[in-house]
Design a protein around this ligand. Sequence first.
Ligand SMILES: *Cc1c(COP(=O)(O)O)cnc(C)c1O
Length: 386
Amino acid sequence: MRTARRIDKLPPYLFAEIDRKVAEARARGADIISFGVGDPDLPTPGHIIDALTEAARDPGTHRYPSYTGMPSFREAITGWYADRFGVTLDADAEVQPLVGSKEGIFHLPVAFVDPGQVALIPDPGYPVYETGTLLAGGDVHLMPLVADRGFTPDFEAIPSEVLERSTVMWLNYPSNPTSATVDKEFFERAVQFCRAHDLLLAHDAAYTEITFDGYVAPSVLEVEGAMDCAVEFHSLSKTYNMTGWRVGWVCGATQAIEAIKRLKTNIDSGIFDALQRAGIAALQGPQEVLAETVARYQHRRDLLCDGLKSMGIVVEPPRGSIYLWVPVPEGHTSESFTTFLLDEVDIVVAPGTGYGPTGEGFVRFSLTLADERLEEGVERLRGVVT
Ligand SMILES: *Cc1c(COP(=O)(O)O)cnc(C)c1O
């Protein structure tokens, strides 16, 4: 059997080696505390589960769903967008439901990056921007995100010969893994730049609803001119603790949505209607659970920031996301510190370099574990970090 060359181009899976070590440690009875994966530990709110079970009993949901999603789900999305961002979207032409936003993020380059063309990708960033581009046969240009610039890319640093071949720019705020946030003014500059260089601006908005200290994350589509050049990816996963359900959407520029629709009719057959009805319940139902979720993350953020600070590791409390982006102690690299924590105190973190070369010198702590475990983790760290 021969595998295709494109599979060889895929970088090794970020968590593969860690997973192996964790399995080994667990097999010898270790009590692992994982700050590794960003998968919400809190359950999906009950009213959303009720909506699913009720809809699942309705035979009207049992046949192939529509490729373009239920009109009522798309309208729930446009209603939510209008309330949340003050952005008016056309539910037919400017919204496409996705089988989880990762699905759409992965597929976007198939529609927008030809071989020889380039996608501009944040480094560090969510690995799917790169793998999707590579599998589509496109080239990747990494935009380094450094603390000095608030983890935003320097558009002027992109070489002009790269820009000429570029068709897509990815952004993600609040950011995974850096937890950086931006204000609308940054999106204005990004939209201006993408319009000037004829780029599709693809904004991954997975964490816009997980924000702290009164900060409200903007949508890129709030910016004038964005509807001509930008799309935004959203997901129910982090907002409503629904990672297992696989429901997301992309919305924005008509031409881009049209291309994505065309592509997707050839790939999948839509989202189970019962899940879409649950999605409507999520977007239109009571939002108190979201406020509670956010309050919990904020509390965990503070526990971890305070704990690290008491060990001399200073992390400015982020305004959003479910992560802390933590500099490693002197003498360590991202990988050596990750291995050190696992070997010495049975703690799992994600090495910054797993998200791109500029992630060197950092590890990512996820806040998706109970307070007691988090506190136990801090105590273990205190024992080995000085
Ligand atoms: C979790 C995450 C997603 C994926 O969300 P799904 O809708 O569950 O596929 C997308 N982008 C970023 C940056 C994420 O962290």
